[in-house]
Design a protein around this ligand. Structure first.
Ligand SMILES: [Zn+2]
Length: 361
C-alpha cells in the first residue's frame, strides 16, 4: 500500500506537524511518573520545600534540569526527586501528569512508580500507592483519562526488598495497580536473581514487564524473557544484536516499550537515525511509542511521534499502526481494548480527513 501525504511538505514547512502529532489518539505504556512531573509542578514542589533560593523562575529550573552526561543525569534525577517530601505530594503528581497527557490526547496510561526511592524519607509503599490512586481517580473523574500503575521493584535494592515491596503493594492489585516492573542499573544487576520475585508476582496476578536491552545487550532481554516471564520489554533497543532474538520477538509478538528520544538523550543510540525502531517495525515486531521520563529528556509523547515522522520518515498510516499497537500491547482486558481500538479508528479517520491524507491502495 502506498500512502500519499500531500500535506506532509506543508506540515513540515509550517508548524502544523506539531498540532497533528498532539491530536493523534495515544496510549502510553512506558512512563515513569516521577520523571514526567510537569515543570511547573516541580517548581511548585521546590517552592514548597523552600531550600533552593537560586531557582527563582521556571527558566532557572529548566537550566538546572539540563544535564551534561549520564552520570549528571542520575545526579539531576536525584536532585529533582528530593523535592518530593511527603507521600501526599504523589496525589498532585499523578493528577498533574495525567492532565498533561490528556492535553496530548492520551487516552490510557500504564505508569511506573518507584516507591522504594522514598523509603529513606519514611514514606511507605502503602502511603505512596494510596496517594497516587487518589490522584489518578481525581484525574479520571475530571477529564476521563484511564491509568493503571506498575510498581518498579528497583533492581539495585536487592531481591529481599523487591519481594517485600510486592507483598506491600498486593492489597492494591486490581484496585489501581496492575503490574510490576524492574528498573535501575541493568548492567550491574542482571534480571536472573529476580526470578522468584516475578514468579511470586505472577502467581498473585500482577502483569509483568522489565527494563531490558537498554543499557545492556540482548542477553539481558533473553534473561528477562526466560527467567522473569515478562509480558512486555522495557526498551529492548539492543535486540538487534541477536537475529534469533529478533525472530523470537516477531513470532511471539512480545511488545517492546520503545522510547526513542530517551535512548538518544542517554546515549544508548548515537543519533536518532541509528535507532532500531524502523528495523523492528519493518520486521513486524510489536513496537509501541512511549516517552520514559519526558520532563528529564525535554520531550513528551507527542514529540516521540513527531521524531518518528520527521526524522525517521514514518508515514501517517504507520503512526496509526503504532498508536493502535499501544492499545494491543496494554494490559487492559480484551473487551476494553476492543472499545478503545474502535475509538482510535474513528479518531484516525477524522484526522486523515482533517489533514487531507490520501491512502492509495
Ligand atoms: Zn524507563
Amino acid at each position: 500500500m502506498t500512502v500519499n501525504f500531500p500535506c506532509e511538505d506543508s506540515l513540515r514547512r509550517n508548524l502544523d506537524m506539531n498540532k497533528f502529532v498532539r491530536e493523534i489518539p495515544k496510549v502510553e505504556l512506558h512512563l515513569h511518573l516521577e520523571g514526567a512531573i510537569p515543570i511547573d509542578t516541580v517548581f511548585a514542589l521546590i517552592r514548597k520545600k523552600g531550600t533552593e533560593p537560586s531557582i527563582r523562575t521556571l527558566e532557572d529550573l529548566r537550566a538546572r534540569l539540563r544535564y551534561r552526561d549520564f552520570h549528571h543525569f542520575i545526579e539531576t534525577w536525584i536532585w529533582k526527586n528530593s523535592f518530593i517530601t511527603e507521600s501526599s505530594d504523589f496525589e498532585e503528581i499523578a493528577y498533574q501528569v495525567l492532565h498533561s497527557l490528556k492535553e496530548q490526547n492520551v487516552k490510557y496510561i500504564e505508569a511506573f512508580y518507584s516507591p522504594g526511592d522514598y523509603e529513606h524519607l519514611g514514606m511507605t509503599v502503602h502511603e505512596i500507592t494510596e496517594n497516587l490512586i487518589r490522584g489518578k481517580e481525581r484525574a479520571a473523574a475530571d477529564f476521563g483519562i484511564g491509568c493503571e500503575l506498575i510498581m518498579d521493584v528497583i533492581r539495585g535494592d536487592g531481591v529481599d526488598k523487591a519481594m517485600q515491596r510486592v507483598e506491600q503493594v498486593t492489597p492494591f492489585l486490581g484496585k489501581g495497580v496492575i503490574g510490576i516492573g524492574l528498573g535501575g542499573s541493568e548492567q550491574k544487576y542482571p534480571p536472573e536473581p529476580y526470578a522468584p520475585v516475578y514468579a511470586e508476582a505472577q502467581k498473585r496476578g500482577f502483569r509483568l514487564t522489565a527494563h531490558a536491552g537498554e543499557a545492556a545487550g540482548s542477553v539481558s532481554i533473553w534473561g528477562a524473557i526466560k527467567e522473569l516471564g515478562i509480558e512486555r520489554i522495557g526498551h529492548g533497543v539492543r535486540a538487534f544484536e541477536d537475529p534469533e532474538l529478533l525472530a523470537y520477538l516477531r513470532d511471539t509478538q512480545i511488545p517492546l516499550e520503545m522510547c526513542a528520544v530517551s535512548n538518544l538523550r542517554t546515549g544508548v543510540v548515537s543519533s536518532i537515525e541509528h535507532h532500531p525502531i524502523c528495523i523492528y517495525f519493518d520486521e513486524g515486531l510489536m513496537v509501541t511509542v512511549n516517552s520514559d521520563d519526558p520532563t528529564m529528556f525535554n520531550t513528551d509523547i507527542s514529540q516521540e511521534y513527531l521524531v518518528l515522522a520527521r526524522d525517521l520518515n514514518f508515514t501517517p498510516t504507520e503512526l496509526k499502526r503504532l498508536s493502535l499497537n499501544g492499545v494491543e500491547a496494554s494490559f487492559m482486558p480484551e473487551e476494553k481494548k476492543g472499545k478503545l481500538k474502535d475509538e482510535f479508528e474513528i479518531e484516525w479517520k477524522d484526522l486523515f480527513e482533517k489533514y487531507k491524507i490520501e491512502i492509495v491502495s
